[in-house]
Design a protein around this ligand. Structure first.
Ligand code: NAI
Length: 354
């Protein structure tokens, strides 16, 4: 990971609203809260805990992810701005050291008065959010015992399901998955749920995972077909649904793809933004990841921070499909990639609220 030489440069060079950097002396961690935008409302986003080559690299990572949250929230209809926090730790703290760090992080969030609310992200759990919640109310995705609303994965899967249907409509003329072939890469919490929904609709579902037990369980339960993990990207299908890790679309993979569209849950599917143009040039429709996978934040922020009912959430999850359809239609009309159109939509929505 490359980054600026100093925290000072990272903070000064950013176009976001505010970066707060603090040093947690007892654990040696650096705490970063990056608030990209509050144009759309107070900011929200995940809190990740991991090691970095330097504190400046942690700042840049938080800022990059925070800007991505602004885009995601602007397009999914949550009236909040993008935020992100990073707990850059020398090693994953456990026991009292972890609890202490999380409580002190909560105190920092409390001092920001709600400018940013934290949620689960890489290496943090709903239980961690409960601890943060001991010192601040500006946290969500807690356990149900502490007022949280449970895992976000089912809502993410529902959103991706609506997104896959919208994608099918764009490439086949019908959103009905029956008889369509969908290849799901990664059948964890989201991918397995998506596979089940599509199989129930009569789609021909192909699955792959590094974990053979997960694959075997799905094959036994749904009668879906399994392919080896290193073959799934080249599987001939209507839709390839990346639901494993990021970076699946790049200069090396695009020529090998045999799908009409890519639409899945994984974050950061593109190696670089140029890959969106590469897919467009290859005639493969891409559902921008930050649009199709916004079901998780709709669930967490909508139910916990904004007081939505389950019906309102279901409506917003369906809206993911509607938003994608609008993006695809404009992409076709203007012969521009769906990502380019989505980026325009973000700017239009933020400008309308500024
Ligand atoms: P998970 O950890 O439950 O499942 C991921 C699965 O992918 C695992 O079964 C893993 O073995 C498999 N996998 C990893 N690398 C693979 C590879 N190269 N080939 C095949 N399989 C591979 O994660 P979850 O919650 O299902 O999330 C899936 C993706 O969606 C992740 O990229 C996540 O960041 C993203 N996402 C998840 C959200 C949520 O609410 N859970 C929200 C937004 C995005």
């Amino acid at each position: 990971m490359t980054g600026p030489a100093s925290i000072e440069a990272a903070v000064a060079d950013w176009d976001g609203r505010m970066t707060v950097v603090a040093r947690d002396a007892p654990t040696g961690a650096w705490i970063v809260v990056a608030v990209h935008s509050t144009v759309n409302g107070r900011s929200a986003g995940g809190c990740r805990m991991r090691g970095y080559p330097s504190p400046a690299a942690a700042v840049v990572d938080g800022q990059r992810l925070s800007a991505a949250m602004t885009r995601k929230l602007a397009l999914c209809g949550v009236p909040m701005g993008g935020g992100k926090s990073v707990l850059a730790v020398p090693a994953q703290p456990t026991g009292a050291a972890r609890t202490g760090l999380l409580r002190r992080f909560g105190e920092l969030l409390e001092s920001l008065g709600g400018l940013y609310s934290a949620a689960v992200d890489m290496n943090t759990s709903p239980e961690d959010m409960d601890v943060i919640g001991e010192t601040t109310s500006h946290v969500f995705c807690r356990t149900e015992a502490f007022g949280g609303r449970g895992t976000t994965a089912p809502a993410t899967a529902v959103g991706v399901y609506h997104g896959v249907r919208a994608t099918l409509a764009a490439v086949t003329g019908s959103d009905d998955p029956a008889g369509r072939r969908v290849a799901v890469q990664g059948v964890g919490a989201v991918g397995a749920d998506l596979a089940e929904r599509l199989a129930a609709d009569g789609a021909e579902v192909v699955v792959a995972d590094l974990d053979p037990d997960r694959v075997a369980a799905l094959v036994a339960r749904l009668g879906v077909r399994a392919v080896p993990p290193d073959r799934v990207l080249g599987e001939e299908c209507d839709v390839l649904a990346p639901c494993a890790a990021g970076g699946v679309v790049g200069p090396a993979t695009v020529p090998a793809l045999r799908c009409r569209a890519v639409a899945g849950a994984a974050n950061n599917q593109l190696e670089t933004v140029e890959d969106a143009e590469r897919l467009h040039a290859a005639g493969i429709l891409w559902a921008p990841d930050y649009v199709i996978n916004s079901g998780g934040v709709l669930h967490g922020a909508g139910l916990e921070l904004l007081g939505w009912s389950e019906e309102q959430l279901a409506d917003r999850l369906r809206g993911i499909g509607t938003t994608l359809t609008a993006i695809f239609e404009r992409s076709a009309a203007e012969n521009r990639s769906p990502l380019a159109v989505a980026e325009d939509l973000v700017q239009e929505r933020l400008a309308a609220r500024a």
